[in-house]
Every structure is written in C-alpha cells, then in structure tokens.
Design a protein around this ligand. Sequence first.
Ligand SMILES: [Zn+2]
Length: 264
Amino acid sequence: MKSLIKAILVGLALSIGAGIAGADDRFQLLFSGRAKLLDLTYPINKGNAYWPGSAYFPFTLKNIANIDKDGVYSNSFSMPEHLGTHMDAPSHFVKGQLSLDQIPLTQLFGPAVVVDVRQKVDKNPDYQMSIQDLKGWEQAHGLIPDGAIILMYTGWGERWSDFNSYRNRDAQGNLHFPGYSPEVAQFLIKEKSIYGIGIDTLSVDYGLSKDFKVHHICHGAGKYHLENVANLDKMPANGAYLILAPIKIEGGSGGPTRIYAVLP
Ligand SMILES: [Zn+2]
C-alpha cells in the first residue's frame, strides 16, 4: 500500500514537473523567435463585421497627416467596441462586473481548448454547442485544464469576407449563426475553472437569441468572451497556448483584441 502511494506521488510530481517544463520550453522558444505562432485576429478595416444594432457603425480610418504634406503619416480611427476580433468584458451585460481595463493580466494567458462543431453547424446554422460536444473533446484530449480559454470552432470564418453571409439575416430580420448553449455556459462556470470562451461568429449566443443568456451567465461569473476569432481552421484541438492583448479602454465594455496562439 505504502509503495503504491509512493508510486502515485512520484508519478504526480513527474507529471506536474513535465507540465511546467513544457510551458517553460515554449517560452524559451518564444523569446528566441523560434516558437510556432498563429495570429487569431482579423485585420481591422471598413469591411469588418460588427454587432448589427441600430447605433453601431463600421470601422472608419481618417488621415490626419501625410508625409508629402506634413512630413509625417498619421490617422485617426473610430469604431464600436464590438467590431472585428474583440473581447467582451464582464461589464458588457452585467452591472458591477469588470470593465475591459480591469480584467486581471493573469487571465489573458491560457491553454486553448478548440471544440470543433462544424459537422453539426453544416446541418443547422442555428446550432448551439451541447455538453456532449465538450465531453467528446474531453474523451479525446483529457479533462479541460484549469485556466482554459474555450474556442468554439463552427467554420463560420469562411463567411468572414461577406458581412451579409456572416450575419446571415433572414427576410424577417432574424440572424442565423451558431453559438454556445446556456447549458454549456452553466457547465463551464460550475464544473470547470476557465478564464473565458470564444467563437468564430458575431456572438457567443447564437444568432436567434433574444435574451443573450450565455452573455449573462458568463459575465455574471466574471468571465470574458472573444468574438469573431480568426483562423480556427489552423488551430490544433489541444496543446496551443493563447496570449490575449485587449485594448485598454478605461471603463470599456469590450474592445479590439489581438489574439496570439503559441502552437505545440
Ligand atoms: Zn462583443
């Protein structure tokens, strides 16, 4: 019995050591410029998708100085916070929660858990992720690690270049694109220790949602969202680390965010 306990303890120590060494090696590669990196951010321009609410508007860039005339090149820009690849701060839907600038830096780094639901979305654009989808990921890759950032891979990125197809509005004005189910949001908040969730569509709630339950559940628990995440087709399901760099708008409800993946 004693030797069994000893063996378990040694095994545990080895696996914890290996985990830390693995991450450490990857940072060595990062600092030496040899890490494999992937940018999960769309370039910001006037064609970027934004939340189709009445007061929202496209990105605009205005030249305010140019080298020929002024000896210097400089622009000003204007955009809604929720445009292009961006983060939703917990204050977006829940009063008293953290604004964008208040999200702790420690929560902006974490292992990526990429859940591929493309087959279900192909059959149903209104698909909402099920707990079974998460369990399927765990069966293939092990338990969702603490501090994970979940990314729902729907394949919607293929529509990015066409805003109409991306928001997919029907004749009645309803939007049709996939999202998380409220059950999955509850499960992740209650059963797991995650930092945030992300998706390659306009919203973590599916297009038909009128009550934005997933937003309320996650933000109520202090979790952030990443929306319009790019390049999920190039991400491994497991083993990548994410580095998130949201713009630091004081009191912001969200804002443009550079998302880097350090690949295994
Ligand atoms: Zn948003």
